[in-house]
Write a protein that binds this ligand. Structure first.
Ligand code: FES
Ligand code: FE
Length: 389
């Protein structure tokens, strides 16, 4: 074991800052508050629009404490509903994804809803004059489409998407074009890997936001992005674009060549890696020939499902090209990061971590994240007051 002296990380003169106390990563009551005041109050990225190609195609996702059902309707758009039957509350769609031919039927007593959430049939409905069909449709959830994904918000009065999603991205990037020029809605899914991570969602965000760990745990990534070995590249926002190593031909696990640049990517963005987090649950990684999208779905204080998509130009996917070296680089990064988070999680309950840990200078921006999380929960002074529901 290496004992790190208390002065570690102070050589630049910056003061040390504490992380959140350990209990904030384990306490189910804290987690419930985060579900309610963060994940059920903000816009969350739910599903990839192209995953639901035809009317009747659906997907369910866990947002905060709710299962949300997103379904392609007959007009080519989407509906999002609480995945709860209005009869006796059974979960309507028990599968994570699927396709219905016409309607959505509850597996309990067969109440039937159309793709717009209207109650259209129920056994013996004509003998139930007290049941007002128009009152018993599925409860709708607000949705928006952006970057080829369906975003949902469970709040009764959702915050402005422009202010809280695109606006915050634009603030950091000087506009949303830097992301939009990758044309993500027109890209195809090359690979999806779902990680079931036994760690609190905040550990995953914090890990993603710092690169202090890169030299230790990401040998393949630092080979391609040497700047990351310095530990200063904050993945929270690599807006300047981290340059590929001179010897790396592409963003691949062995530095071998990748694919042609996505149309719209400028010369100045070639051989560069950009990354940004979109609060509360999305990480975007952009390289010239593909885009990697992480969506986090926190399920418990110590469990988070992360769905990671690798998106490529349609012609690359259609060609049947071997994507494995391209996918493998960030898959390894993910596995390395999530293993680190899982190694950290059990210690959150330790007496040694009761007062939290240390943010060294290259991690100080994580303090902003902690302040944001704390401010989002009730009881914090100066909080505009989270929406009650
Ligand atoms: Fe759904 Fe009864 S609970 S039909
Ligand atoms: Fe990492």
């Amino acid at each position: 074991m290496t004992l790190v002296p208390e002065t570690a990380g102070t050589t630049t003169g910056a003061s040390l800052t504490s992380t959140l106390p350990g209990s904030r990563y384990t306490d189910p009551a804290v987690f419930r508050q985060e579900q309610r005041y963060i994940f059920e109050s903000m816009w969350c990225c739910a599903v990839r629009a192209a995953d639901l190609p035809r009317p009747g195609a659906f997907r369910t996702v866990q947002i905060g404490r709710e299962s949300v059902l997103i379904v392609r309707n007959r007009r080519g758009g989407f509906g999002a509903y609480l995945n709860v039957c209005r009869h006796r509350g059974a979960r309507l769609c028990t599968d994570e994804s699927g396709e219905v031919r016409r309607n959505l039927q509850c597996p309990y007593h067969a109440w039937t809803y159309d793709l717009d959430g209207r109650l259209v049939a129920a056994p013996n409905l004509q003998r139930m004059p007290d049941v007002d069909r128009s009152e018993r449709g599925l409860l709708p959830v607000r949705l928006r489409e952006w970057l080829g994904y369906v975003w949902v918000c469970l709040a009764d009065e959702p915050p402005s998407f422009e202010e809280t999603v695109t606006g915050t991205v634009a603030e950091r990037l000087g506009g949303t074009e830097a992301i939009e020029r990758y044309g993500m809605a027109g890209l195809d899914l090359g690979r999806r890997i779902t990680y079931d991570v036994r760690a609190n969602w905040k550990l995953i965000v914090e890990n993603f936001m710092e690169c202090y760990h890169c030299a230790t745990i990401h040998p393949e990534l630092t080979d391609v992005l040497p700047e990351f070995a310095e530990g200063y590249a904050a993945q929270y926002y690599v807006g300047h674009g981290a340059e590929f190593a001179a010897e790396a031909e592409g963003f691949t696990v062995d530095g071998s060549g990748g694919f042609a640049r996505i149309a719209g990517i400028e010369e100045s963005q070639d051989r560069r890696y950009y990354a940004i987090t979109v609060r509360p649950q999305v990480f975007l990684n952009l390289v010239p020939d593909h885009v990697i999208v992480h969506r986090m779905f926190p399920l418990a204080a110590d469990r988070t499902v992360v769905e990671c998509d690798w998106l490529y130009a349609p012609e690359v996917v259609a060609s049947g090209a071997d994507l494995s070296r391209s996918v493998e680089l960030f898959h390894r990064v993910n596995a390395q990061d999530f293993a680190a988070c899982e190694r950290t999680q059990p210690a959150m309950d330790s007496r040694a971590y009761r007062a939290g840990g240390v943010l060294v200078p290259s991690e100080h921006h994580i303090g902003d994240f902690h302040r944001w999380v704390t401010r989002s929960l009730p009881g914090s002074p100066g909080t505009p007051g989270p929406q009650a529901h």
